[in-house]
Write a protein that binds this ligand. Structure first.
Ligand SMILES: [Zn+2]
Length: 214
C-alpha cells in the first residue's frame, strides 16, 4: 500500500524530529509546506503575501502541494507537514488523490498537553545559522549555548514565550479540531502520545505502520 501520510502536532510536539525519522525509515518524501512557502519567497505568486504578511489563500497552497506531489520523488509516498490546514485543503487533497486512485493512508496526530508545550518551548534553543533545534532539558547541545552542527551561538526564539505559545496553541487547536473530525470520519487517524521520548514516539508510529500498512 502507498505510504501517504499526514503529520499533525502542536508547536513544540517534536514534529520536525518525527518527520525526519518517518521520512527516512519509510522512504517517503517529507513535504513541509512552511519550508516550501519560505523557499518560494521570490516566486511572483507568493511574494506579495509574504511581504505583506497576509495569509496565502487556500487555493494557491493547494495548487503548490498538488503540483509537488506529482513529481517522481513522491511515488513511494509522502509525509505532509503543515498541510492541510483547512477543511477546504483536506477536501481538495482527497479529490486530487482520488483521481490518481490514491488516498491518505494514515494521519498521525502527536498529542501533547498545553503545559508540556509551554515547558518545552521555553527550554527550546535554536541555531540562527543552520536552523538546528535543541532543548535545554531533552536535547541539550554538546557545548552549552553553542550549535552542535555549525558552532553558532544558540538563541531563544522570540515567539517561544508562554503568552505567544498559548496563542499559537489556540490557533493550532482551532485549525486541527475540524481536520481531526474530518479524518476521524474517514477512519485513518492515529493519535500518538507526544510526551514520550522522541524514540518512543517514533517506535509507536513505526509499529503501527509495520502492522497495518502492508
Ligand atoms: Zn547551527
Amino acid at each position: 500500500m502507498d505510504k501517504n501520510f499526514i503529520l499533525f502536532g502542536p508547536p513544540g510536539a517534536g514534529k520536525g524530529t518525527q518527520a525526519k525519522m518517518i521520512s527516512k525509515r519509510f522512504e517517503v518524501l517529507h513535504l513541509s509546506t512552511g519550508d516550501m512557502i519560505r523557499e518560494a519567497k521570490d516566486d511572483p505568486i507568493f511574494a506579495p503575501y509574504l511581504t505583506s504578511g497576509q495569509l496565502v489563500p487556500d487555493q494557491i497552497i493547494v495548487d503548490m502541494v498538488v503540483k509537488r506531489l506529482q513529481r517522481e520523488d513522491c511515488k513511494n509516498g509522502f509525509l505532509l507537514d503543515g498541510f492541510p490546514r483547512t477543511l477546504f485543503q483536506a477536501e481538495q487533497l482527497d479529490k486530487f488523490l482520488n483521481k490518481l486512485n490514491k488516498k491518505i493512508t494514515e494521519v498521525f496526530c502527536i498529542e501533547v498537553s498545553e503545559e508540556d508545550v509551554i515547558k518545552r518551548l521555553s527550554d527550546r534553543r535554536v541555531c540562527p545559522v543552520c536552523g538546528g533545534s535543541f532543548n535545554l532539558v531533552l536535547k541539550p547541545p554538546k557545548q552549552v549555548g553553542v550549535c552542535d552542527f555549525c558552532n553558532a551561538v544558540l538563541v531563544k526564539r522570540k515567539d517561544d514565550t508562554p503568552e505567544t505559545v498559548k496563542e499559537r496553541l489556540d490557533v493550532y487547536n482551532k485549525q486541527t479540531k475540524i481536520l481531526i473530525e474530518y479524518y476521524m470520519k474517514i477512519g485513518n487517524i492515529v493519535k500518538v502520545d507526544g510526551t514520550l521520548a522522541p524514540e518512543k514516539v517514533f517506535a509507536k508510529i513505526e509499529n503501527f505502520v509495520n502492522n497495518n500498512i502492508k
